[in-house]
Design a binder for this molecule. Structure first.
Ligand SMILES: *[C@@H]1O[C@H](CO)[C@@H](O)[C@H](O)[C@H]1NC(C)=O
Ligand SMILES: *[C@@H]1O[C@H](CO)[C@@H](O)[C@H](O)[C@H]1NC(C)=O
Ligand SMILES: *[C@@H]1O[C@H](CO)[C@@H](O)[C@H](O)[C@H]1NC(C)=O
Ligand SMILES: *[C@@H]1O[C@H](CO)[C@@H](O)[C@H](O)[C@H]1NC(C)=O
Ligand SMILES: *[C@@H]1O[C@H](CO)[C@@H](O)[C@H](O)[C@H]1NC(C)=O
Ligand SMILES: *[C@@H]1O[C@H](CO)[C@@H](O)[C@H](O)[C@H]1NC(C)=O
Ligand SMILES: *[C@@H]1O[C@H](CO)[C@@H](O)[C@H](O)[C@H]1NC(C)=O
Length: 483
């Protein structure tokens, strides 16, 4: 009886629209149409699919690519299953007509990257299942079309070391987030703050050493397992990570929850102990202790200098540098601050002379040290005058001014270049390089140095000196002619 009923249905479908694809089952439960083609040996998405289909199951086949035409015009499709195929390629806009699609199952395939255009057009997507692929990269805008509708995102069992956290932070409707069994090392602080509906977060088996406190975790009760936990709670799983159990994880230890099997990986005295059995007072940090710093350093003006400060502590201290004038030094065209505590000054200036302060800090405290730098002047053959430019005068007249009281003269000037000429007799010996200093309020002093490998009898052309940083800053130039 049931078989007869089914055949009648097939007949109905066949009469009304597309025939049912070979070896598939087509169910027309009016008004919706479901096409079931699992385990049918398909190598492609069949082309003879009724475009009014509401549910399409293509799992356990051998499909390798999803093409633009495969799901074209299927504006009624709500549920698409492509699990357990061998899909390694999604062509751009392959899903772009599926504007009503609610669930997309792509688990157990061979995807390695998700690009910005792969999921374009899925404006109603609720469930996106990408588990068990080989994903190592997800573009930051790949989920943009459904960032506020998505309820369920499964990225588990992939190779993700990086997650587009900024995107995750915008999934305001998400209820379940599975990121377990990846290679994630860091979770940025506060990323879950706006995910008010989050009920399950699985970070099991990653490479997390710490989990930053998140307002979300502190606002709602967190439990290890769903069984018996109150409805409005968050189920957080983070076992199988190499947790570093110091004071930074104290917040997590203080959450009330059932015992679970998370263990600590470090420090040594807590390694392999169960997280929830360690007393709170054993989650400790050590304040920084400066172990090494540079002695008094002397550099010739224009030469590089490297200042070092090394500190130990738990967690690993961060080192910041304060200039003699009391400014925090950041990376610029002239200075590099390395995570290991070294400060490199690429081209020293006289004004760098003084006492630099390094500050090593971590969650437990800070420690400071002083390193003295002495920059000695080099003799200048000639120098320039300088002036500030009126930033409103565009296009700019040249900033470059040279006093020709010495043996150099300026013959051509544009907004970003200058032709400098000199008398070959008077300067052909001795001059090996020149230096341009460009004052920028935005980036400290920029220094450009040029070695003279050009025709000495005719002069030098300086180009593109002011172009990039010139807007609205105090951009005067100084030429130092150095013997
Ligand atoms: C989709 O619809 C357009 C316009 O109606 C038509 O030209 C095109 O052939 C259709 N594509 C498929 C694969 O049905
Ligand atoms: C330091 O100077 C070298 C050589 O002049 C240059 O290649 C390098 O980019 C400079 N570093 C920075 C941070 O500007
Ligand atoms: C400065 O640059 C160095 C080298 O490129 C880098 O390692 C360091 O993280 C940068 N520091 C900051 C604060 O961006
Ligand atoms: C810190 O790193 C920089 C760049 O990798 C290196 O030049 C410097 O010697 C290092 N400093 C120390 C103290 O290890
Ligand atoms: C650095 O500080 C020491 C001690 O206060 C002082 O003697 C020295 O003159 C300072 N160095 C510079 C270059 O200001
Ligand atoms: C530039 O030259 C004038 C005299 O010609 C000198 O007084 C001044 O200190 C020099 N400036 C620099 C930065 O060398
Ligand atoms: C560059 O700026 C500093 C302060 O910002 C100022 O003291 C110095 O005179 C300026 N140099 C030139 C050549 O304008």
């Amino acid at each position: 009886m049931e078989r007869l009923w089914l055949s009648l249905l097939f007949l109905a479908v066949a009469c009304k629209g597309q025939p049912c694809p070979k070896r598939c089952m087509c169910q027309s439960l009016s008004p919706s149409l479901a096409i079931l083609c699992s385990k049918t040996g398909l190598l492609f998405v069949p082309s003879a699919i009724d475009r009014r289909t509401v549910e399409l199951r293509l799992q356990e086949n051998f499909i390798t690519a999803v093409r633009r035409r495969d799901f074209a015009n299927m504006t009624s499709l709500l549920h698409l299953t492509l699990s357990r195929n061998t899909i390694s390629q999604i062509l751009p806009s392959a899903f772009s007509d599926l504007r009503r699609l609610r669930a997309l199952h792509l688990d157990s395939n061979r995807l390695t990257v998700i690009k910005d255009d792969h999921f374009k057009g899925l404006t109603n997507l609720r469930h996106l299942i990408l588990a068990n692929n080989q994903l190592h990269s997800i573009s930051p805008h790949a989920f943009d079309d459904f960032v506020t509708t998505l309820e369920d995102l499964d990225l588990s069992y992939n190779n993700l070391a990086q997650v587009p956290w900024e995107t995750v932070g915008r999934l305001t409707n998400v209820n379940t987030l599975n990121m377990d069994h990846n290679l994630i090392e860091d979770v940025p602080q506060g990323v879950f703050t706006n995910l008010h509906k989050l009920a399950r977060l699985d970070m099991t088996s990653n490479k997390l050493k710490k989990i930053p406190p998140d307002p979300l975790f502190l606002r709602i009760p967190v439990y290890a397992k769903s069984r018996g936990s109150p409805l409005s709670s968050l189920v957080l799983s983070f076992g199988g990570n190499p947790l570093h159990c110091n004071c930074e994880l104290l917040w997590l230890r203080r959450l009330t929850r059932e015992d679970d099997l998370e263990t600590c990986a470090s420090p040594d005295d807590l390694s392999a102990k169960y997280f929830w059995t360690i007393p709170e007072e054993e989650f400790i940090c050590d304040p920084p202790v400066l172990t090494r710093k540079s002695p008094r350093t002397v550099a010739m003006e224009g030469q590089p200098a490297s200042l070092k400060c090394k500190a130990n502590g738990d967690p690993e201290p961060e080192v910041h540098w304060i200039s003699p004038e009391g400014r925090l030094i950041s990376n610029s065209s002239r200075t590099t601050v390395y995570p290991n505590g070294s400060l490199d000054i690429n081209v020293t200036a006289l004004k760098d002379s003084g006492n630099f302060t390094c500050i090593a800090s971590n969650a437990a405290g800070e420690s400071t040290g002083r390193v003295e730098l002495l920059v000695t002047a080099v003799p200048h053959l000639a120098n320039s005058t300088s002036r500030s430019r009126d930033p409103s005068a565009e296009p700019a007249p040249s900033d470059i001014l040279i006093s020709s009281k010495r043996r150099v003269s300026l013959v051509e000037l544009t907004g970003n270049s200058a032709l400098v000429r000199w008398n070959s007799q008077s300067l052909s010996t001795g001059v090996r390089m020149f230096q341009v200093q460009y004052n920028s309020s935005g980036d400290d002093t920029l220094v450009y140095r040029y070695w003279l490998d050009i025709d000495r009898s005719h002069g030098a052309i300086l180009r593109a000196v002011t172009g990039d940083k010139a807007d609205g800053v105090d951009n005067s130039l100084m030429f130092l002619w150095q013997a």
